[in-house]
Design a protein around this ligand. Structure first.
Ligand SMILES: N[C@@H](CCC(=O)N[C@@H](CS)C(=O)NCC(=O)O)C(=O)O
Length: 202
C-alpha cells in the first residue's frame, strides 16, 4: 500500500495516525497538491489528498473511506465500533473534527487570495463554524478522557489532527485559552506516540 499525502494535511495526518495506532505499515508518497502536476490527480478525480493506493491498483479516497478501510484491515486497536448508534456517534465525532478542518482550510485559502478578492463575509461564516464546533467539542468532551466511550476512537484522532492544524495555520483562534478542558484533553492526545510520530516536520 502507498499513501499519497502531505505532512501538513490534517486529513492525511488522521489517516497516518490510524495507521500508527493499528501498526499498519505503508509507504508514504509525498505530494504537493498545489503544484502544477499533483500526484493525487492520477488517482483521485477530485485531486485531493490523502489517497490510499492498494496493491491491486485500487485507489481509495477520501480520508473517511481510508480510515474505515484501515480499521477493517486488522483487529488491532479497533477505532470504529462495529455498528449501530455507537458507530454513528464515533463517526459524528469524526465529522465534527473533519468539519473543523474544512472550515479552517476555507479560511486559510481565502486569506491566500489577493486582498481585494477576499470575502470577509465568507471568512466570518467559516469562523462561526469554527467557534461553534470548538465550543461543542469542549462541552461534549467535558472532562472525559475520550470523545466516545472509554477508549481512543477515530473521533479523538480526527479532532486532535484538526485542532493541531488550526493551531499551526490559524494560531489567532487560540482555542486552548478559550477552552481549557479541550486543551487538557489535547495535552493527553499529544503524548500518544501516534500523534508525536505524525507531526509535520519543523
Ligand atoms: N474530505 C476530504 C478532504 C481532503 C482535502 O480537502 N485535502 C486538501 C489538502 S488538506 C486538498 O487536497 N485540497 C486540494 C484542493 O481542494 O484542491 C478528506 O477527508 O480526505
Amino acid at each position: 500500500m502507498k499513501l499519497v499525502a502531505s505532512y501538513t494535511s490534517p486529513y492525511a495526518r488522521k489517516v497516518r495516525m490510524v495507521m500508527a495506532e493499528k501498526r499498519i505499515e505503508c509507504e508514504f508518497v509525498e505530494d504537493n497538491i498545489w503544484s502544477a502536476d499533483p500526484i493525487a490527480a492520477q488517482y483521485n478525480p477530485l485531486t485531493k489528498i490523502p489517497v490510499l493506493l492498494l496493491d491491486d491498483g485500487t485507489s481509495l479516497y477520501d480520508s473517511r473511506v481510508i480510515a474505515e478501510f484501515l480499521d477493517g484491515v486488522t483487529p488491532v486497536s479497533r477505532l470504529i465500533p462495529e455498528s449501530g448508534r455507537e458507530r454513528a456517534l464515533v463517526k459524528r465525532w469524526e465529522a465534527l473534527g473533519d468539519g473543523l478542518a474544512d472550515a479552517g482550510v476555507a479560511v486559510f485559502l481565502e486569506r491566500k487570495r489577493a486582498e481585494a478578492k477576499q470575502s470577509e463575509d465568507w471568512i466570518a461564516r467559516q469562523r462561526d463554524k469554527l467557534e461553534s464546533g470548538i465550543v461543542t467539542a469542549a462541552r461534549e468532551l467535558a472532562d472525559r478522557k475520550f470523545c466516545h466511550g472509554e477508549n481512543l476512537t477515530l473521533g479523538d484522532i480526527s479532532l486532535a489532527c484538526s485542532l493541531a492544524w488550526l493551531e499551526f495555520r490559524l494560531p489567532e483562534i487560540r482555542w486552548r485559552t478559550a477552552q481549557p478542558a479541550l486543551a487538557a484533553w489535547m495535552e493527553r492526545m499529544e503524548t500518544r506516540p501516534s500523534f508525536i510520530e505524525t507531526a509535520p516536520p519543523k
